[in-house]
Design a binder for this molecule. Sequence first.
Ligand SMILES: Cc1ncc(C[n+]2csc(CCOP(=O)(O)OP(=O)(O)O)c2C)c(N)n1
Length: 322
Amino acid sequence: MELAKEKMLELYRTMFKIREFEETVAVLFRQGKIPGWLHCCTGQEAVATGACAALRKGDYITSTHRGHGHLIAKGADVKKMMAELFGKKTGYNKGKGGSMHIADFSIGILGANGVVGAGIPIATGAGISIKRKKEDRVVLCFFGEGAGNRGTFHEGINLASTWNLAVVYLMENNLYAVSTHQSRVQKTTDIAARAGAYDIPGISVDGNDVLAVYNTVKRFAERARRGEGPALIECRTYRWHGHYEGDPLNYRSTEELEEWKKKDPISRFKKVLLMKNILSEERDRQIKDELKNKIAMAIKFAEESPYPEKEGALQDVFCELV
Ligand SMILES: Cc1ncc(C[n+]2csc(CCOP(=O)(O)OP(=O)(O)O)c2C)c(N)n1
Protein backbone atom coordinates (compact mmCIF):
# COMPACT_ATOMS: atom_id res chain seq x y z
CA MET A 1 0.00 0.00 0.00
CA GLU A 2 1.32 3.43 -0.97
CA LEU A 3 1.84 5.65 2.08
CA ALA A 4 0.69 9.25 2.32
CA LYS A 5 3.32 11.83 1.48
CA GLU A 6 3.46 13.17 5.06
CA LYS A 7 3.96 9.69 6.48
CA MET A 8 6.83 9.06 4.04
CA LEU A 9 8.46 12.33 5.07
CA GLU A 10 7.97 11.43 8.71
CA LEU A 11 9.86 8.17 8.16
CA TYR A 12 12.69 10.09 6.55
CA ARG A 13 12.78 12.68 9.35
CA THR A 14 12.86 10.01 12.05
CA MET A 15 15.70 8.12 10.39
CA PHE A 16 17.73 11.29 10.09
CA LYS A 17 16.94 12.30 13.69
CA ILE A 18 18.28 8.94 14.89
CA ARG A 19 21.39 9.26 12.69
CA GLU A 20 22.08 12.77 13.94
CA PHE A 21 21.57 11.72 17.56
CA GLU A 22 23.91 8.76 17.21
CA GLU A 23 26.65 10.53 15.30
CA THR A 24 26.57 13.40 17.78
CA VAL A 25 26.62 11.31 20.95
CA ALA A 26 29.51 9.26 19.55
CA VAL A 27 31.56 12.48 19.30
CA LEU A 28 30.45 13.67 22.75
CA PHE A 29 31.48 10.30 24.18
CA ARG A 30 34.98 10.64 22.70
CA GLN A 31 35.14 14.13 24.21
CA GLY A 32 34.50 12.60 27.62
CA LYS A 33 31.15 14.33 28.08
CA ILE A 34 29.15 11.12 28.28
CA PRO A 35 30.16 8.60 30.96
CA GLY A 36 29.68 4.83 30.88
CA TRP A 37 29.02 2.78 27.77
CA LEU A 38 27.47 3.76 24.49
CA HIS A 39 26.10 1.41 21.82
CA CYS A 40 25.13 3.26 18.65
CA CYS A 41 22.74 2.02 15.98
CA THR A 42 24.04 4.06 13.03
CA GLY A 43 23.19 2.13 9.85
CA GLN A 44 20.18 0.41 11.46
CA GLU A 45 17.82 3.42 11.47
CA ALA A 46 15.28 1.91 9.08
CA VAL A 47 14.44 -0.91 11.49
CA ALA A 48 13.47 1.25 14.47
CA THR A 49 11.78 3.82 12.26
CA GLY A 50 9.73 1.51 10.06
CA ALA A 51 8.72 -0.70 12.98
CA CYS A 52 7.59 2.05 15.37
CA ALA A 53 5.77 3.94 12.59
CA ALA A 54 3.60 0.86 12.16
CA LEU A 55 2.46 1.04 15.79
CA ARG A 56 -0.07 3.18 17.62
CA LYS A 57 0.81 5.48 20.48
CA GLY A 58 -0.69 3.12 23.07
CA ASP A 59 1.29 0.13 21.82
CA TYR A 60 4.33 -1.07 23.77
CA ILE A 61 7.92 -1.62 22.78
CA THR A 62 10.75 -3.34 24.59
CA SER A 63 14.24 -2.30 23.61
CA THR A 64 17.87 -3.33 24.08
CA HIS A 65 21.31 -2.00 25.00
CA ARG A 66 21.37 -0.49 21.46
CA GLY A 67 18.12 1.32 22.04
CA HIS A 68 18.44 5.02 21.14
CA GLY A 69 16.84 4.51 17.74
CA HIS A 70 13.91 2.51 19.14
CA LEU A 71 13.25 5.17 21.78
CA ILE A 72 13.43 8.09 19.35
CA ALA A 73 11.20 6.31 16.85
CA LYS A 74 8.59 5.61 19.57
CA GLY A 75 8.56 9.31 20.42
CA ALA A 76 10.98 9.73 23.34
CA ASP A 77 12.08 13.26 24.18
CA VAL A 78 15.65 13.70 22.89
CA LYS A 79 16.33 16.39 25.52
CA LYS A 80 15.59 13.97 28.36
CA MET A 81 17.52 11.23 26.57
CA MET A 82 20.56 13.44 26.10
CA ALA A 83 20.44 14.62 29.73
CA GLU A 84 20.28 10.98 30.84
CA LEU A 85 23.33 10.13 28.74
CA PHE A 86 25.17 13.06 30.32
CA GLY A 87 24.21 11.76 33.79
CA LYS A 88 22.15 14.86 34.53
CA LYS A 89 19.23 15.28 36.91
CA THR A 90 16.85 16.28 34.11
CA GLY A 91 17.34 12.95 32.33
CA TYR A 92 14.80 10.16 32.03
CA ASN A 93 16.22 8.41 35.12
CA LYS A 94 17.44 11.55 36.87
CA GLY A 95 20.85 10.79 35.36
CA LYS A 96 21.25 7.59 37.34
CA GLY A 97 20.49 5.01 34.66
CA GLY A 98 22.27 6.07 31.50
CA SER A 99 21.77 4.98 27.92
CA MET A 100 20.75 1.37 28.60
CA HIS A 101 17.99 2.05 31.12
CA ILE A 102 15.75 4.62 29.50
CA ALA A 103 12.01 3.98 29.73
CA ASP A 104 8.91 6.10 29.21
CA PHE A 105 5.74 4.25 30.15
CA SER A 106 3.60 7.23 29.09
CA ILE A 107 4.38 6.44 25.44
CA GLY A 108 4.66 2.67 25.74
CA ILE A 109 8.44 2.39 26.07
CA LEU A 110 8.86 -0.43 28.56
CA GLY A 111 12.59 0.06 28.66
CA ALA A 112 15.97 -0.27 27.06
CA ASN A 113 17.81 -3.17 28.67
CA GLY A 114 21.45 -3.92 29.41
CA VAL A 115 20.81 -7.64 29.78
CA VAL A 116 20.87 -9.30 26.37
CA GLY A 117 17.58 -11.03 25.57
CA ALA A 118 15.90 -9.75 28.75
CA GLY A 119 13.37 -7.66 26.84
CA ILE A 120 11.85 -10.82 25.33
CA PRO A 121 10.16 -12.15 28.50
CA ILE A 122 9.16 -8.58 29.41
CA ALA A 123 7.41 -8.28 26.04
CA THR A 124 5.71 -11.62 26.56
CA GLY A 125 4.63 -10.47 30.03
CA ALA A 126 3.21 -7.27 28.56
CA GLY A 127 1.35 -9.45 26.07
CA ILE A 128 -0.16 -11.38 28.97
CA SER A 129 -1.29 -8.13 30.63
CA ILE A 130 -2.93 -6.98 27.37
CA LYS A 131 -4.79 -10.25 27.13
CA ARG A 132 -5.93 -10.26 30.76
CA LYS A 133 -7.09 -6.65 30.61
CA LYS A 134 -8.61 -7.19 27.16
CA GLU A 135 -6.78 -4.12 25.85
CA ASP A 136 -6.47 -2.96 22.28
CA ARG A 137 -2.67 -2.89 22.17
CA VAL A 138 0.24 -4.81 20.74
CA VAL A 139 3.82 -5.22 21.91
CA LEU A 140 6.79 -4.88 19.61
CA CYS A 141 9.85 -6.61 20.99
CA PHE A 142 13.25 -5.55 19.58
CA PHE A 143 16.28 -7.78 20.10
CA GLY A 144 19.51 -8.69 18.32
CA GLU A 145 20.46 -11.95 16.63
CA GLY A 146 22.79 -12.64 19.58
CA ALA A 147 19.81 -12.47 21.91
CA GLY A 148 17.98 -14.83 19.58
CA ASN A 149 20.27 -17.62 20.75
CA ARG A 150 19.34 -17.17 24.39
CA GLY A 151 16.80 -19.33 26.18
CA THR A 152 14.60 -16.28 26.76
CA PHE A 153 13.90 -16.17 23.01
CA HIS A 154 12.53 -19.71 22.96
CA GLU A 155 10.71 -19.47 26.28
CA GLY A 156 9.16 -16.09 25.50
CA ILE A 157 7.99 -17.00 22.01
CA ASN A 158 6.77 -20.44 23.03
CA LEU A 159 4.48 -18.96 25.67
CA ALA A 160 3.26 -16.15 23.41
CA SER A 161 2.43 -18.68 20.74
CA THR A 162 0.64 -21.05 23.12
CA TRP A 163 -1.40 -18.24 24.66
CA ASN A 164 -1.90 -16.38 21.39
CA LEU A 165 -0.45 -13.12 22.70
CA ALA A 166 -0.34 -9.85 20.77
CA VAL A 167 3.45 -9.63 20.49
CA VAL A 168 5.57 -9.04 17.40
CA TYR A 169 9.11 -10.30 17.96
CA LEU A 170 11.54 -8.36 15.81
CA MET A 171 15.09 -9.57 15.50
CA GLU A 172 17.51 -6.91 14.33
CA ASN A 173 20.15 -9.07 12.67
CA ASN A 174 23.28 -6.94 12.30
CA LEU A 175 25.45 -10.07 11.95
CA TYR A 176 27.62 -9.51 15.03
CA ALA A 177 27.12 -10.07 18.74
CA VAL A 178 30.00 -7.99 20.13
CA SER A 179 32.84 -9.45 17.97
CA THR A 180 31.21 -12.79 17.16
CA HIS A 181 29.89 -13.29 13.66
CA GLN A 182 26.55 -15.06 13.57
CA SER A 183 28.03 -17.95 11.52
CA ARG A 184 30.36 -18.87 14.39
CA VAL A 185 27.54 -19.57 16.81
CA GLN A 186 24.62 -20.57 14.65
CA LYS A 187 24.37 -23.09 11.83
CA THR A 188 21.17 -21.85 10.23
CA THR A 189 20.92 -18.52 8.47
CA ASP A 190 17.18 -18.93 8.12
CA ILE A 191 15.96 -17.24 11.28
CA ALA A 192 12.37 -17.00 10.11
CA ALA A 193 12.26 -20.80 9.95
CA ARG A 194 12.52 -20.88 13.73
CA ALA A 195 8.99 -19.51 13.86
CA GLY A 196 7.80 -22.86 12.53
CA ALA A 197 8.84 -24.49 15.81
CA TYR A 198 6.19 -22.37 17.53
CA ASP A 199 3.63 -22.55 14.76
CA ILE A 200 3.66 -18.80 14.21
CA PRO A 201 4.44 -16.82 11.02
CA GLY A 202 8.08 -15.95 10.44
CA ILE A 203 9.56 -13.69 7.79
CA SER A 204 12.92 -12.12 6.89
CA VAL A 205 13.04 -8.65 5.39
CA ASP A 206 15.61 -6.16 4.19
CA GLY A 207 16.18 -4.15 7.37
CA ASN A 208 17.69 -1.26 5.43
CA ASP A 209 14.46 -0.71 3.53
CA VAL A 210 12.24 1.39 5.78
CA LEU A 211 9.09 0.70 3.76
CA ALA A 212 9.66 -3.06 3.83
CA VAL A 213 10.05 -2.92 7.61
CA TYR A 214 6.99 -0.68 7.98
CA ASN A 215 4.74 -2.85 5.83
CA THR A 216 5.83 -6.08 7.47
CA VAL A 217 5.44 -4.84 11.03
CA LYS A 218 2.11 -3.23 10.15
CA ARG A 219 0.83 -6.50 8.75
CA PHE A 220 1.82 -8.57 11.77
CA ALA A 221 0.92 -5.92 14.37
CA GLU A 222 -2.59 -5.71 12.92
CA ARG A 223 -2.81 -9.49 12.84
CA ALA A 224 -1.81 -9.61 16.51
CA ARG A 225 -4.32 -6.86 17.31
CA ARG A 226 -7.07 -8.98 15.79
CA GLY A 227 -6.20 -11.69 18.28
CA GLU A 228 -4.42 -13.96 15.80
CA GLY A 229 -1.25 -14.23 17.83
CA PRO A 230 2.46 -13.43 17.64
CA ALA A 231 4.91 -13.39 14.74
CA LEU A 232 8.66 -13.38 14.25
CA ILE A 233 10.29 -10.88 11.90
CA GLU A 234 13.98 -10.86 11.09
CA CYS A 235 15.32 -7.53 9.78
CA ARG A 236 18.69 -7.91 8.09
CA THR A 237 20.89 -4.92 8.67
CA TYR A 238 24.36 -3.82 9.80
CA ARG A 239 25.81 -1.54 12.44
CA TRP A 240 28.34 0.95 11.10
CA HIS A 241 29.99 1.65 14.45
CA GLY A 242 31.67 -0.82 16.75
CA HIS A 243 29.69 -2.84 19.26
CA TYR A 244 30.43 -0.03 21.73
CA GLU A 245 32.10 3.32 21.18
CA GLY A 246 35.82 2.62 21.52
CA ASP A 247 35.57 -0.92 20.08
CA PRO A 248 38.86 -1.65 18.21
CA LEU A 249 36.81 -3.41 15.51
CA ASN A 250 39.49 -5.94 14.68
CA TYR A 251 36.98 -8.65 13.83
CA ARG A 252 35.53 -7.32 10.59
CA SER A 253 36.90 -5.77 7.41
CA THR A 254 36.53 -2.22 6.15
CA GLU A 255 35.45 -3.73 2.81
CA GLU A 256 32.47 -5.35 4.53
CA LEU A 257 31.53 -2.03 6.13
CA GLU A 258 31.88 -0.19 2.82
CA GLU A 259 29.59 -2.71 1.11
CA TRP A 260 26.92 -2.09 3.75
CA LYS A 261 27.37 1.67 3.57
CA LYS A 262 26.30 1.43 -0.06
CA LYS A 263 22.98 0.19 1.33
CA ASP A 264 22.61 3.19 3.66
CA PRO A 265 18.91 3.23 4.59
CA ILE A 266 18.72 7.02 4.63
CA SER A 267 20.25 7.79 1.25
CA ARG A 268 18.32 4.89 -0.26
CA PHE A 269 15.02 6.30 0.99
CA LYS A 270 16.03 9.81 -0.04
CA LYS A 271 16.34 8.56 -3.62
CA VAL A 272 12.81 7.13 -3.43
CA LEU A 273 11.42 10.40 -2.10
CA LEU A 274 13.23 12.47 -4.73
CA MET A 275 11.99 10.20 -7.47
CA LYS A 276 8.40 10.51 -6.26
CA ASN A 277 8.76 14.29 -5.94
CA ILE A 278 7.98 14.07 -2.24
CA LEU A 279 11.31 15.64 -1.40
CA SER A 280 13.51 18.25 -3.06
CA GLU A 281 17.17 18.95 -2.31
CA GLU A 282 16.13 22.22 -0.71
CA ARG A 283 13.51 20.60 1.53
CA ASP A 284 16.07 17.95 2.42
CA ARG A 285 18.48 20.63 3.63
CA GLN A 286 15.71 22.30 5.65
CA ILE A 287 14.71 19.02 7.31
CA LYS A 288 18.30 18.22 8.18
CA ASP A 289 18.95 21.71 9.55
CA GLU A 290 15.81 21.55 11.72
CA LEU A 291 16.81 18.19 13.16
CA LYS A 292 20.44 19.17 13.69
CA ASN A 293 19.14 22.16 15.59
CA LYS A 294 16.88 19.95 17.69
CA ILE A 295 19.81 17.75 18.69
CA ALA A 296 22.00 20.80 19.35
CA MET A 297 19.25 22.12 21.67
CA ALA A 298 19.18 18.78 23.46
CA ILE A 299 22.94 19.02 24.06
CA LYS A 300 22.57 22.57 25.37
CA PHE A 301 19.80 21.39 27.71
CA ALA A 302 21.96 18.51 28.94
CA GLU A 303 25.05 20.65 29.39
CA GLU A 304 23.17 23.31 31.32
CA SER A 305 21.35 20.82 33.56
CA PRO A 306 22.67 20.03 37.06
CA TYR A 307 24.03 16.68 38.18
CA PRO A 308 21.86 14.82 40.72
CA GLU A 309 22.74 15.52 44.36
CA LYS A 310 24.82 12.84 46.04
CA GLU A 311 22.24 12.62 48.86
CA GLY A 312 19.81 11.15 46.30
CA ALA A 313 22.12 8.34 45.17
CA LEU A 314 20.03 5.63 46.85
CA GLN A 315 16.67 7.12 45.99
CA ASP A 316 14.72 5.34 43.21
CA VAL A 317 16.98 2.33 43.59
CA PHE A 318 14.83 0.19 45.87
CA CYS A 319 11.07 0.26 45.76
CA GLU A 320 9.16 0.82 48.97
CA LEU A 321 7.20 -2.27 49.90
CA VAL A 322 3.74 -1.47 51.19
C1 LIG B 1 22.81 -11.96 29.45
C2 LIG B 1 23.96 -11.18 28.87
N1 LIG B 1 25.01 -11.83 28.34
C3 LIG B 1 26.04 -11.14 27.82
C4 LIG B 1 26.03 -9.76 27.83
C5 LIG B 1 27.19 -8.99 27.21
N2 LIG B 1 26.74 -8.46 25.91
C6 LIG B 1 26.33 -7.19 25.79
S1 LIG B 1 25.79 -6.86 24.25
C7 LIG B 1 26.14 -8.41 23.71
C8 LIG B 1 25.90 -8.82 22.28
C9 LIG B 1 24.49 -8.68 21.88
O1 LIG B 1 24.34 -8.99 20.52
P1 LIG B 1 22.97 -8.85 19.81
O2 LIG B 1 21.89 -9.41 20.66
O3 LIG B 1 23.11 -9.40 18.45
O4 LIG B 1 22.73 -7.27 19.76
P2 LIG B 1 23.60 -6.15 19.00
O5 LIG B 1 24.69 -5.74 19.96
O6 LIG B 1 24.13 -6.73 17.77
O7 LIG B 1 22.65 -5.02 18.77
C10 LIG B 1 26.67 -9.17 24.73
C11 LIG B 1 27.08 -10.59 24.61
C12 LIG B 1 24.93 -9.12 28.40
N3 LIG B 1 24.83 -7.79 28.44
N4 LIG B 1 23.89 -9.84 28.90
